[in-house]
Design a protein around this ligand. Structure first.
Ligand SMILES: Cc1cc2nc3c(=O)[nH]c(=O)nc-3n(C[C@H](O)[C@H](O)[C@H](O)COP(=O)(O)O)c2cc1C
Length: 447
């Protein structure tokens, strides 16, 4: 088979992920591998996509190889997928799969994103390999990579492909009334609305204006579409040590002084390729200069979206996950699926409540699981990620390491001894569960 490895890492030849593909090439000499540096050559491909189109058309299988970047694929791979679609490259019937490396933090949403785009392109998709960035260095990881690939070839031979889940896509509402007058502003809060003028439409613009007129706070619109980004995150990791990005294009100042210092951030975007669009993704990736520090914890956020969000299960998980990991209450996701005016008004109302009361929500699995991965990662990499380590220490983010909770471990040992003894258990009877619920009963009694 002609296998085209689309390298979506901005690190190009120095991509860790790419080395899994290179390893597989050596292990499976009967297959023909070719490589396309999609991310590191993205500026050139934006000018002339024909070399990529030719490579894609000549392949039997497209293997996307990329690092997970902030819940999805890199902004460069987003751009590449956009270019495939804009250039109408016909990939129907070709086989697609993917290899990522990451720390498994939201690798699931990255894989779903690439899978959903493969389905858009009419490709036969086979689930990919999600490896930890260190896996290839271990025998177990090497074996897993080979087993993935062996199974991949078997799936191709036997035509075992993943079934596309079809979601109903409703016709969208395009008309949105924008009131002429603004509700009386309270002037004690500042809300930033992030937009992308390179991927917008009149409905989204009207929804943003309606939101501004209904929210009783001052709003500032920041256009990511016209901001002079020098480029997408290069994955150079320099910021991990210094806290500063190597690009000097003013983004750090915009992020730290104009965006993060506000009281609430609203993201207004048009769904594109199952995501928030290339520019928003670039904005997300470039926030890596902020490391893994959840500096906007407690800040309520909201979304204004055009497109069929209900049909975008993965994008909804990304929105929920980001709010959860960041410690941000999501005041709403207003869309134009059925009644944009009502949804906008509710978002404005609910955000007002959240800002007035400092509303917070407890974290669920998406937040707690994500933060545990971050906690372990930063602790391990404290020598390099110094600013993150200081932040995690000072904000008590290491306090939930289980080995630190000696009292609970000791108590549970005693409970274990009790429960392993039939004699003691017979004596204790109902007192075991009663003992467990006792402290809770006390709280209710004292309420
Ligand atoms: C901007 C940026 C964002 C990242 N986001 C994630 C993430 O969301 N989840 C994760 O597990 N790892 C994340 N990582 C770690 C990379 O996925 C990991 O380092 C990967 O192995 C790099 O592969 P590459 O050398 O092929 O580019 C991120 C790294 C960078 C630079």
């Amino acid at each position: 088979m002609n296998i085209l490895v689309v390298n979506g890492s901005p690190s190009g030849k120095n991509s860790i992920t790419l080395h899994t593909a290179l390893y597989l090439e050596k292990k499976f000499p009967d297959q023909k591998f070719t490589y396309l540096d999609a991310a590191s050559r993205i500026h050139g491909l934006q000018k002339d996509f024909s070399p990529a189109a030719e490579a894609l058309s000549g392949a039997d299988m497209i293997l996307f190889s990329y690092p997970v970047y902030t819940f999805i694929a890199t902004s460069q791979l987003h751009q590449f997928i956009r270019l495939i679609k804009e250039n109408n490259v016909d990939l129907k019937g070709k086989v697609a799969s993917q290899i990522t490396t990451s720390k498994h933090f939201y690798d699931i949403t990255a894989h779903n994103y690439v899978r959903d785009n493969c389905f858009d392109l009419g490709m036969n998709y086979i689930p990919g390999l999600s490896a930890d960035m260190d896996d290839l260095l271990k025998e177990k990881g090497q074996k897993e990579a080979c087993e993935y690939f062996k199974h991949l070839l078997w799936c191709v031979r036997n035509k075992v492909f993943e079934r596309q889940v079809l979601h109903e896509r409703k016709p969208l509402v395009e008309e949105v009334d924008v009131p002429r007058t603004h509700v009386q502003p309270k002037n004690d809060k500042d809300v930033v609305i992030l937009v992308d003028s390179s991927n917008t439409n009149p409905t989204l613009d009207a929804m943003v204006r309606r939101f501004q007129s209904k929210l009783p706070f001052k709003t500032r619109v920041i256009d990511l579409g016209t901001f002079g980004f020098k480029g997408g995150c290069l994955g150079c990791f320099r910021c991990a040590a210094t806290g500063h990005c190597i690009y000097k294009d003013g983004f750090e100042d915009l992020l730290r002084n104009s965006i993060q210092k506000t009281d609430s951030i609203i993201m207004a975007f048009n769904i594109q390729d199952h995501s928030m669009g290339v520019r928003f993704k670039l904005y997300d990736d470039r926030q890596f200069c902020n490391g893994h520090r959840t500096v906007t914890t407690g800040m309520p956020m909201g979304y204004i979206i055009t497109g069929n969000l209900d049909a975008e299960e993965n994008l909804r998980m990304i929105i929920a996950g980001r709010g959860q990991v960041g410690g941000n209450y999501i005041a709403g996701t207003a869309t134009n699926q059925t009644d944009p005016e009502k949804e906008i008004d509710q978002l404005a109302l609910n955000l007002e409540y959240a800002l007035d009361t400092g509303l917070q929500r407890t974290s669920n699995f998406l937040g707690i699981g994500g933060m545990k991965i971050f906690r372990d990662l930063i602790y391990l990499m404290q020598g390099m990620m110094k600013a993150d380590h200081r932040y995690y220490k000072s904000h008590g983010l290491y306090d939930d390491f289980p080995q630190k909770q000696r009292g609970t471990i000791f108590k549970m040992k005693l409970v274990g001894i009790l429960m392993n003894s039939p004699k003691l258990m017979a004596k204790a009877g109902d007192k075991v569960t009663e003992g467990m619920v006792g402290p809770y009963r006390k709280v209710v009694d004292n309420a």
